[in-house]
Write a protein that binds this ligand. Structure first.
Ligand code: ADP
Ligand code: MG
Length: 321
C-alpha cells in the first residue's frame, strides 16, 4: 500500500458536523479553517515517541486515543473548544492492523469532542507521532498560567497518581492484583482530557495548567509564571481507592511527581468557590480544593497536621531522567 492509499484508507474522512470551522480538510495542499467571529485560535502540539511516551505493548486503539488526548488536555488547560487537529506520522512499515486500530482510537475521541482531523503528514521512519490541535476561545478568555494571586485556592480535577502507579507495575517495582492493575492501567492508557471543565472554568479560574509531568512540577509552572508561592495539603489530594491502599511513600511519589495524569490544576479566589463547584457539576467532573497560593515563593507540602514535609520534589524532565 502506498502513502496516498494509506492516507485515504485510514485518515481521510468526510468532514461533517463540526459547526463549519473546517471548510476544507484532508486532501489538498492546505486545510482551510474559518474562525468563529470574536474568537481567538489556541494552538498546541505534542509529540509521542515509542519507549519514551508509550510502551510498544500498548494497544493501537489506546495509542490513537492517547496521542489525541494529551493534545486535548493542553487545550482544556487553556479553556479552549476543540476544532481541528493535524497528524504527522512516521511509520517503520505499513502495518494495517496497527493503522486500523490507531485511527479507530483517534477518531473515537475526536468524534466525542467534535474535532476534525484536517490534515497531516505521513512518512517512513522510526515510529513517532505528532498531533497539532487547534481550538477556539472567545477573545481574551483563555486560561493562562500567569494569573494566580496570593489567597487563591488551588484546585485539582479527578484523581492523581494512577498512571504513575501503573508505570511502576510495568517496571516491576510494585505488584497489584489483576483487577487493581486493570483500573490503573486505564488511567495510563486511556486518559480522559478535561475539556468540558476547561470551558466551564472560563471567567472563573485565575490560572490553569494540565498535569502531564506531575502535580508539583506543573503547579510550579503556575507559581513561576504568576510570581507567587503555594502550599499543598497532602491529605486533600484526590486519589483512587487503589492508590489509597499503597504505602505512604508510594502514594506521595505518585500524587506529587507521577506524570501522565492529564487532570487540570487551577486556581480561583475563595469567593469563586461556588462557581468552581458549579463548573465541576456542569462538566460532570469532580473537583477538589487542595491548597492555597501564597506570596512567599516556593512550593510547600503540608501533612495532615499542617506540618511542612521535607521533600525533594522532582518532576519529570525528558533531559534529566
Ligand atoms: P504534500 O506532499 O502536498 O505535502 P501530502 O502528500 O503530505 O501532501 O499529503 C496529502 C494530503 O493528505 C494533505 O492534505 C495532508 O494534509 C493529508 N495527510 C497526510 N498525512 C496525513 C495523516 N497522517 N493524517 C491526516 N491527513 C494526512
Ligand atoms: Mg506533506
Amino acid at each position: 500500500m502506498g502513502e496516498f492509499d494509506l492516507i485515504t484508507r485510514y485518515f481521510a474522512r468526510p468532514v461533517s458536523n463540526d459547526g463549519g470551522t473546517v471548510a476544507l480538510g484532508v486532501g489538498d495542499d492546505c486545510a482551510i479553517l474559518t474562525p468563529t467571529p470574536g474568537h481567538q485560535w489556541l494552538v498546541s502540539t505534542d509529540m509521542l515517541v515509542e519507549g519514551r511516551h508509550f510502551l510498544s505493548t500498548v494497544l493501537p486503539q489506546r495509542l490513537g486515543h492517547k496521542a489525541l488526548a494529551v493534545n486535548l488536555s493542553d487545550l482544556a488547560a487553556s479553556g479552549g473548544t476543540p476544532k481541528a487537529c493535524f497528524l504527522s506520522l512516521a511509520l517503520p512499515r505499513v502495518d494495517e492492523g496497527f493503522l486500523a486500530g490507531f485511527s479507530e482510537g483517534l477518531f473515537a475521541l475526536a468524534d466525542a469532542h467534535g474535532v476534525v482531523l484536517a490534515g497531516g503528514d505521513t512518512t517512513a521512519g522510526p515510529l513517532n507521532l505528532n498531533i497539532t490541535i487547534m481550538g477556539e476561545v472567545p477573545h481574551g478568555q483563555a486560561l493562562l498560567r500567569s494569573g494566580a494571586r496570593p489567597g487563591d485556592d488551588i484546585w485539582v480535577s479527578g484523581s492523581l497518581g494512577d498512571a504513575r502507579l501503573a508505570l511502576e507495575v510495568f517496571r516491576g517495582t510494585v505488584a497489584l492484583t489483576g483487577e487493581q492493575f486493570d483500573a490503573v492501567r486505564l488511567a495510563m492508557e486511556l486518559p480522559q482530557p478535561r475539556v468540558a471543565l476547561g470551558v466551564a472554568l472560563r471567567g472563573v479560574a485565575s490560572s490553569a495548567i494540565d498535569v502531564s509531568d506531575g502535580l508539583a512540577g506543573d503547579l510550579n509552572h503556575i507559581l513561576r509564571r504568576s510570581g507567587v508561592g503555594a502550599h499543598l495539603r497532602l491529605a486533600d489530594l484526590p486519589r483512587s481507592a487503589v492508590l489509597g491502599g499503597m504505602t505512604e511513600d508510594l502514594q506521595r511519589m505518585c500524587l506529587l511527581t507521577g506524570g501522565d495524569d492529564y487532570e487540570l490544576v487551577f486556581t480561583a479566589p475563595p469567593e469563586a468557590a461556588d462557581q468552581v463547584l458549579a463548573a465541576g457539576r456542569r462538566a460532570a467532573t469532580p473537583v477538589s480544593r487542595v491548597g492555597r497560593i501564597e506570596a512567599q515563593a516556593g512550593l510547600r507540602v503540608l501533612d495532615g497536621d499542617g506540618r511542612e514535609l521535607d521533600l525533594a520534589l522532582q518532576s519529570f524532565d525528558h533531559f534529566q531522567s
